[in-house]
Design a protein around this ligand. Structure first.
Ligand SMILES: *[C@@H]1O[C@H](CO)[C@@H](O)[C@H](O)[C@H]1NC(C)=O
Ligand SMILES: *[C@@H]1O[C@H](CO)[C@@H](O)[C@H](O)[C@H]1NC(C)=O
Ligand SMILES: *[C@@H]1O[C@H](CO)[C@@H](O)[C@H](O)[C@H]1NC(C)=O
Length: 486
């Protein structure tokens, strides 16, 4: 076993191979540098460099029947920042029970070898399908073993295998499409493929170009750029009014992340990315224990400011409901962990009336006195509204809210994972039905609207403060859930 990584191995001239230098003619170099010439050697090793274009690698002598009693290795290496992808085109290995006879193994740094053997079902022309093998690091090792003939000499002849390999940069943003960049691709070519201003091209950390390469979905069917949603940038921003108390009707597109939910009555939420809804856990598991039904249907509506229009646009089916593990449904005075995520079955197409909000990344977004907006379809003056409305409220000093609760002899938990907003002497226009909707502030560093709070609880709907889930405390959890790791 003399396989060496990172350099072209020395070939024994007795094997009849061309010196590798002589075999190199531009891109044709590696096509000539295959196992084909090495079949008389009992053990051989070679290194192939994966490039942009798929290239062939075969077992020794392919497509002639391979000789028994040999073993060979090929290391395939990709350039820095890329991995090797390998797909078999033809696979014809003598079948053996339990892979004891002839085999092909694929190993990649840090993972156990994958063993491939002949299949009995179709003895001569068996192909393992176009299964894709991707290295975990920059290189991948293929080992071909053909055992010496057994006592039973009657064996069919088998061709061995032919596979294609290439270098790809793998990058998975939100699960649906896999971005494949290829070395040497034109950098500027795809820069404007994303539907501005709703999506932007995602930067790929591994290369110098601002955005590069070509993008393919998993089936390699078409080339698409890797476009990610732009958050917190309504195309119809809210008119900055003088600060007023009470609520005002929102215009279409002012709060494009606003979701309308129907679970136990109405609630709100906010779009994250193009497939997730951020909401309050208590809209899914209400504190009142009168609700015994566990599997309540969860309906989500998006893209309008009018309830009737929302209903006409239709429900977005939910694939998964994830409630924060700290949430305690049965502790009626404790709304800690009042946060949940709803994963939609399908991504939503973004547009002027449907855009995600950003997540907070800094404690500075919670400074008291900072003004923000809360929007929702909740109760107003005792009536359920059919139109989206919003209020402008300042982040309140924590001590003021603590004193206010104390003075009212309230026992609700006001944890560090909450903050309060509003004014002691102003009507808190946030009320029932607004739960789960978000409180947003303008981040003057990143120039995006950020959902810093989720409408969680309050003391009636009269004068005073409202209490919000502090989203910053849960950003790591949110990202883990959205990345499918929780
Ligand atoms: C809720 O639904 C799940 C899956 O559909 C089912 O396994 C479970 O038994 C249901 N629970 C109740 C209380 O109906
Ligand atoms: C938060 O914002 C402040 C002020 O802009 C900045 O100095 C600080 O580095 C930021 N912190 C983080 C963690 O980004
Ligand atoms: C951003 O807003 C904060 C709070 O209002 C303010 O103190 C800071 O100076 C602003 N920064 C910029 C760059 O405008």
């Amino acid at each position: 076993m003399s396989g060496s990584r990172g350099r072209v191995p020395e070939l024994e001239t007795t094997c009849g191979a061309l010196p590798p230098q002589a075999a190199c003619l531009g891109k044709m170099c590696w096509l000539l540098f295959l196992w084909g010439t090495l079949h008389t050697c009992p053990t051989q090793a070679s290194v192939l460099l994966a490039q942009q274009l798929p290239q062939q690698v075969t077992s020794p002598g392919y497509p002639e029947p391979y000789l028994k009693g040999q073993e060979s290795h090929t290391d395939i290496e990709a350039p820095e920042g890329f991995v090797v992808r390998l797909v078999f085109q033809d696979f014809d290995i003598e079948p053996s029970p339990g892979c004891e006879g002839d085999s092909v193994t694929i190993s990649t740094r840090g993972t156990d070898a994958i063993w491939l053997c002949g299949q009995h079902a179709s003895s001569l022309e068996s192909t393992p399908g176009h299964r894709e093998f991707v290295s975990s690091g920059r290189s991948l090792r293929l080992t071909f073993r053909a055992h010496s003939p057994s006592q039973n000499k009657i064996t069919h002849s088998h061709k061995g295998f032919l596979a294609l390999y290439q270098a790809v940069a793998v990058n998975q943003p939100n699960g649906d499409s896999e971005a494949v960049t290829t070395p040497g691709a034109d950098c500027p070519r795809i820069q404007n493929h994303c539907q501005d201003p709703y999506y932007e091209a995602k930067q790929t950390g591994t290369f110098n170009c601002p955005s590069l390469g070509t993008w393919k979905d998993r089936q390699d069917k078409e080339q698409v750029p890797q476009c990610v949603p732009v958050c917190g940038r309504p195309v119809i921003p809210i008119a900055q009014n003088p600060k007023t108390s009470g609520s005002s009707p929102a215009k279409l597109g002012n709060f494009p992340w606003q979701a309308f939910t129907s679970i136990y009555g109405r609630g709100g939420g906010a779009l994250l990315g193009d497939r997730w809804i951020l909401t309050a856990a208590h809209t899914i598991y209400p504190k009142d224990s009168v609700y015994l039904r566990k599997n309540k249907s969860v309906e989500v509506f998006l893209g309008h400011t009018d309830v009737d229009e929302l209903l006409k646009l239709g429900n977005h089916p939910v694939r998964r409901v994830v409630v924060h593990p700290d949430y305690r449904q049965h502790e009626s005075h404790n709304f800690n962990g009042d946060i949940a995520l709803l994963e939609l079955q399908h991504s939503v197409p973004l547009g002027p009336n449907l855009l995600p909000v950003c997540l907070p990344d800094n404690e500075t977004l919670y400074h008291s006195g900072l003004w923000g907006y809360v929007s929702g379809f909740g109760v107003e003056m005792g009536w359920l509204t059919t139109k989206l409305k919003y209020s402008q409220l300042p982040v309140a000093p924590r001590e003021a809210c603590e004193a206010w609760l104390h003075q009212k002899q309230r026992t609700e938990v006001f944890s560090d994972n909450m903050f309060c907003a509003g004014d002691e002497n102003q009507v808190n226009s946030v009320c029932q039905g607004d739960s789960g909707s978000v409180y947003v502030v303008w981040d003057n560093r990143t120039l995006h609207w950020v959902a810093t709070g989720i409408v969680s609880w309050g003391i009636g709907c009269g004068k005073g403060y409202g209490f919000y889930t502090k989203v910053l405390s849960y950003v790591d959890w949110i990202k883990r859930v959205m990345d499918g790791k929780d």
